[in-house]
Ligand binder design. Structure first.
Ligand code: ADP
Ligand code: MG
Ligand code: MG
Length: 523
């Protein structure tokens, strides 16, 4: 199988009536089922009351995705959860990497500073929660298809709410629309895996909520979602909130709080050594909740920290007794630098064929590796290089990154999240000319993954875009662990995301307007 585009699937739908019917069905189903986003300002018109919603961009058909790759990514997720839980516990390792990038990256330096301050006074909460997402693209090497990791997200891993709905949309269309096209697609020909990402991510949050236990101060406990002002991807978050609220026998109180209002509406319990985090709902001053879990859907990038008081707010969360998702250390474990160090075998030149190296083995001791975990994880890595001036790999990477031909095979990434921060191909040498050489080490250089060609049609803002597409698979994972003892209390794979973009676009962010929601048709 050298191409996934084979045969007539997905159909191009040249007939306007057929196309319009499918589009109308999708427009209505997406709104009826919350596969939706708030409109961007340019489409919101005079929606001063904020009542408008619009369909999230989606593909008309689930994109073909190699079954073996899908199954491998899903199966390995608990191993990834464990790996990143261990990295989060390794302060020495993370500290050393922060040192390498902090010179050119004030944001990472500030995050580390929050951790350092809390460390000094002592953490009062040992439990840590990760809602992770490991992202992959399919790499084609001759006839062989292999998943390669794009990145591992440890903070604000989004689209779990919309992704479950996208799977439901495509399953609905497979039953009610595709069989009645002029060139019918029988339902039995479509293998569409189930995807309960909303429910299963909520199950991770609920595990932490329960592990926190009752309030010693006699308050009701709650979960607090920290969000960005003016968030357009709010329904994605709401799906998790609703699933969490109905996770247990009793409704779980969940509140949304803009990151910018942490210091206004939360406080640490006065005269208690345990630093319980209290939430004071602005709509009812008579109520006080003790926060069991803080779930960050904000705070992952510099724009959420416009002032020193925003950093004080993050410090207040970090030093509190609430279980944070994520802690600062877990957020830092998601640095692209960590991914690079795991992937770059020490002391081998960049052209050698890599094998599991001592850095990965630092986190997967021999007695845990009976099932070949280390090599299974290592197989999903692609070549990633440091850009420091001292190591052999770093010096070779500097040559590749500044060469006008070689650079076309690479993407250069800073330590940032949320899309739109990378430099691709010929933009790399240009960027390096703008950055002082002493700061090059805060970037990593990664080989571009080029998936096999697929075509599909994207419905975005009511318009159709047909052509070659590239898909990125994300697998969610939830993990609750004890930072002190290393004990893992909860570790699950939690559903998947397929994001698809036109093959001319470099970035795949759905919220940023480049990509769209999709689901897998296993082939
Ligand atoms: P972010 O944390 O901002 O999402 P990513 O590492 O995921 O950063 O990069 C953003 C996007 O860039 C990805 O979704 C993907 O579309 C593209 N991309 C990143 N790395 C690669 C790669 N090695 N090969 C091909 N595309 C990539
Ligand atoms: Mg990311
Ligand atoms: Mg990404």
């Amino acid at each position: 199988m050298s191409s996934l585009a084979g045969g007539s699937y997905p159909p191009a739908l040249d007939d306007a009536l057929e196309r319009d019917r499918l589009v109308q069905t999708i427009k209505d189903w997406t709104i009826a089922n919350g596969l939706a986003v708030r409109p961007p300002p340019e489409l919101a018109g005079n929606d001063s009351e904020g009542v408008l919603a619009m369909s999230a961009p989606v593909t008309l058909f689930p994109s073909p995705f190699p079954r073996s790759c899908f199954e491998e990514a899903v199966a390995i997720q608990p191993k990834y959860n464990e790996l990143y839980a261990r990295i989060s516990q390794d302060e020495e390792f993370l500290g050393a990497l922060v040192q390498e990038v902090a010179g050119g990256d004030e944001f990472i330096a500030n995050l580390w500073d929050v951790h350092r301050r809390v460390k000094e006074e002592g953490y009062v909460q040992n439990l840590s929660l990760g809602l992770f997402r490991s992202d992959y693209m399919v790499h084609q090497d001759g006839e062989h298809l292999q998943i390669k990791q794009v990145e591992f997200n440890t903070i604000a891993s989004s689209f779990g709410g919309l992704s479950a709905q996208t799977t439901l949309l495509h399953k609905h269309l497979a039953r009610t629309e595709y069989p009645f096209l002029k060139d019918p697609i029988p339902q039995s020909s479509l293998d569409l895996p189930t995807n309960e990402s909303s429910k299963r991510l909520a199950a991770g949050l609920y595990a932490a909520f329960q592990a926190y236990g009752k309030s010693a101060l006699g308050h009701p406990t709650c979960a607090l979602f920290l969000v960005q002002d003016g968030e357009r991807n709010v329904f994605d978050q709401r799906h998790l909130e609703y699933a969490l609220q109905s996770s247990g026998p009793q409704p779980v109180p969940v509140f949304r709080l803009p990151f910018s209002q942490i210091l206004t509406h939360t406080s640490l319990a006065p005269s208690s050594p345990n630093r319980q985090l209290l939430y004071h709902p602005p709509h009812n001053p008579a109520l006080t909740f003790e926060v069991a879990v803080v779930y960050l859907r904000a705070g992952y990038g510099p724009s959420d920290y416009p002032s020193a008081s925003a950093w004080e707010a993050r410090y207040q969360i970090e030093r509190s007794a609430a279980i944070t998702c994520p802690s600062v250390l877990t957020q830092l474990a998601g640095m692209k630098k960590v991914q690079q160090v795991l992937a770059t075998p020490e002391s081998v030149s960049v052209s050698s064929s890599p094998s599991p190296n001592s850095i990965l083995r630092r986190f997967i001791p021999d007695d845990d590796n009976d099932d070949g975990s280390a090599s299974a994880l290592f197989k999903t890595f692609t070549n990633i290089y440091p850009l420091d001036g001292t190591s052999v790999a770093g010096r070779e990477a500097r040559r590749l990154a500044t060469d006008t031909e070689e650079c076309k095979k690479y993407v250069m990434k800073p330590q940032r999240e949320g899309g739109g921060n990378n430099f691709y191909r010929s933009a790399i040498p240009q960027r390096l000319r703008e950055v002082p050489e002493s700061h090059w080490g805060s970037y990593i250089l990664m080989e571009l993954i080029t998936p096999p060609p697929v075509t599909n049609t994207i419905l975005r803002n009511g318009k159709l875009e047909h052509g070659g597409v590239i898909s990125e698979l994300g697998v969610y994972g939830t993990c609750l662990w004890d930072q002190k003892t290393g004990q893992v209390l909860h570790n699950e794979e939690a559903g998947y995301l397929l994001r698809t973009k036109g093959d001319k676009s470099e970035e795949g962010g759905v919220a940023a307007g480049y990509g769209c929601m999709d689901s897998c048709r296993l082939v």
